[in-house]
Design a protein around this ligand. Structure first.
Ligand code: FNR
Length: 344
């Protein structure tokens, strides 16, 4: 069996059932999470032949940051339930693979500690009702060396999970959560996600931090265009791993429309959700993504084998991508074009 495919099972053996289920689950009826992987697998390729594919180079930049691979790690919360060192172990694994780490605003490690690891990282942020909380978190992320701000926009309210099972929160130690929320006598209302955001928030985030702003959770071309026009440096096509609106279109299907909408702009395009193989990554890059993010596979690798597991997961997928590029006859990812892919 392919090593990457053993990771979820290995993680399940180590994790409390509630934690495994929390990582795995989608929202509501679980339709989007169930379709995510098969949507990528449904693409077919039209390979080129008699091309010199003896030297493949996967190094690239993401918003100006050099990375050795276009396979990056998506922000996810509760990583200390997978490994006692949580995000610090994830950061070590990602750094050794020459990749980049998305860090959840609900991380269990301070932004200062993350910065000290030397991994290139982007802060994922939810804007909460009390804007001064968000502003202080942004300032701390800038001080910790975050290279971009990822604004998650698919969560005006949190998706309904019908499969909570035993309560995952009982495994969370005091101090593991809200660790980056500034000290204060906040009410639940202060910390509730803002549900009144409009595109001008992008400019305000950039002004506050001086960092490029990436908008995560886009599934429509017209939205991507509005977001690019509002000054976003990047867009992540995402349905939050099927954890927000259930029945939302799979990212494999949404990507081409969004690539078309962003053509001719300088906004960089990324995608996540259900990406598990070199062939999936190749399809994503050919359809316009600059790099891809993986969520659950990084959690499974972290839980199963700690930081070295994360590194191996990323390098194995990078090698699969390299091999797939050779088979499809395109040595440089920048030369991948949509005509290599047949849509289902
Ligand atoms: C997430 N994701 C997520 N996204 C985000 O913007 N902020 C967050 O705090 C989290 N937390 C989180 C926890 C867990 C357990 C999972 C599985 C996911 C979504 C994540 O960034 C990404 O969009 C998806 O995980 C990508 O899909 P795959 O690769 O998991 O299929």
């Amino acid at each position: 069996m392919r090593w990457i495919d053993t990771l979820e099972g290995a993680a399940a053996e180590k994790l409390p059932e509630a934690v495994h289920r929390y990582y795995r689950q989608g929202s509501a009826g679980g339709i989007s999470v169930a379709e995510a992987v098969s949507a990528w697998s449904a693409y077919r390729f039209r390979p080129r032949v008699l091309q010199d594919v003896s030297a493949i180079d996967l190094r690239t930049t993401v918003l100006g940051t050099p990375v050795d691979t276009p396979v990056l790690v998506a922000p996810s919360t509760l990583q200390r339930l997978a490994d006692p060192d949580g995000e610090l172990a994830m950061a070590a694994g990602v750094k050794a693979a020459g990749s980049l780490l998305g860090v959840s605003s609900n991380a269990g490690t301070t932004f200062a500690e993350l910065g000290a690891t030397g991994v290139p990282w982007w802060l994922q942020i939810y804007i909460v009702r009390n804007r001064s909380i968000t502003e202080q978190m942004l300032d701390a992320a800038v001080a910790g060396g975050a290279k971009a701000i990822v604004l998650t926009v698919d969560t005006p309210v949190v998706g309904r999970k019908e499969d909570e099972g035993p309560v995952v929160w009982s495994y969370v130690q005091p101090g593991q959560l809200r660790i980056n929320v500034p000290k204060g006598d906040w009410s639940d209302d202060d910390l509730d996600k803002a549900d009144d955001l409009t595109p001008d928030v992008i400019g305000r985030l950039h002004e506050r931090t001086g960092l490029p702003v990436v908008v995560k959770g886009v599934l429509r071309g017209d939205d991507a265009k509005r977001i690019a026009d509002a000054g976003a440096a990047g867009v992540i096509v995402s349905n939050h791993g099927g954890r927000q609106l259930d029945g939302s279109v799979s990212t494999a299907h949404a990507l081409p429309e969004i690539a078309e909408a962003l053509a001719g702009t300088s906004t960089e395009l990324y995608v996540d959700g259900g990406i598990r193989r070199g062939e999936h990554i190749l399809a994503a890059l050919a359809l316009g993504a600059r790099a891809v993010f993986l969520g659950r596979p990084a959690l499974w690798a972290l839980a199963a084998e700690g930081a070295p597991g994360v590194t191996r997961m990323l390098t194995d997928l990078t090698e699969e991508l390299e091999h797939t590029l050779q088979l499809v006859g395109v040595p440089r990812p920048v030369d991948l074009t949509p005509d290599l892919v047949v849509r289902p």
